[in-house]
Write a protein that binds this ligand. Sequence first.
Ligand code: CP
Ligand code: NVA
Length: 303
Amino acid sequence: MNFEHLLSVKDLEKSTLKALIAQAIDLKKNPQKYQQALAGKSIAMIFEKPSLRTRVSFDVGIQKMGGHAVYLDQQNGAFGKRESVKDFAQNLSCWVDGIVARVFSQQSLIELAEYGSVPVVNALSDLYHPCQALADFQALTEQFGDVQGRTLAYVGDGNNVTHSLMLTAAILGVNMVIVTPPGHGVDGQVVVDSQKLCEKSGATLTISNDVSALKGVDAIYADTWISMGDETPFERIAEKFMPYQVNRQMMTDSGAQYFMHCQPAHREEEVTADVLDGDQSIILQQAENRMHAQNAVLLALLK
Ligand code: CP
Ligand code: NVA
């Protein structure tokens, strides 16, 4: 595995992605093998936005491999307020072996990587959420064995999570169906990047505003209709988004085997409670895998 930072999955080769997923599965099965893997290593975790899963899974995961995490909250980790991204990067590089950052702008991650001298991991930005996608494709690999040729659908607002799923699917040879309300689609450049990757892997990318495109998919994925940092009131979009709510009828009509969600989830908004909490839901497997997938990334970057 040969990569310096994890800013987006689009920078990773198929073999690297597959090796990271295999490593994550081994970390999950054999944690005792890795108890000292990060001994003596310190990692700064900068969060410009709130988090439950990402913050806790990085902190606990690093501790389980013998390393040390330093958490910088929204007050102490806010770029440009007390000091610039460049100064964060250069100062932190004096002490720590890696930087994990959840940021408003992907540009901040690019600058952290440019001005710092340690690996940088994207813990969510406006554009991508690569750690989430890795954990999700680990979950799909655990369910299906080889994921190549399977079809994953994403329904709802085209966002950071959607982008990382599209790119990961395209690299791994997984077909992707994206269904969004008109005007809430995915980023045009991410579509271009995904299509190029699809040409290489043989995967297909289908983009639609029509839920009938979900017919025949293996899993349906949902995320919040309003992402962090978006001040749109729920009432303004509710009517437009409601036909895209994942409910029992949609699961049945599509024939999907699994329901996925990165969480935090909003019952009776993007998904009904019966689906979210039902037998087909693998959301806690995804959440658990966050730690293993991220540990695999840290091992590859820091060891
Ligand atoms: N899925 C995810 O990243 O959750 P948090 O925002 O709680 O970290
Ligand atoms: N799209 C969501 C993901 C949260 C994990 C957001 O950016 O808020």
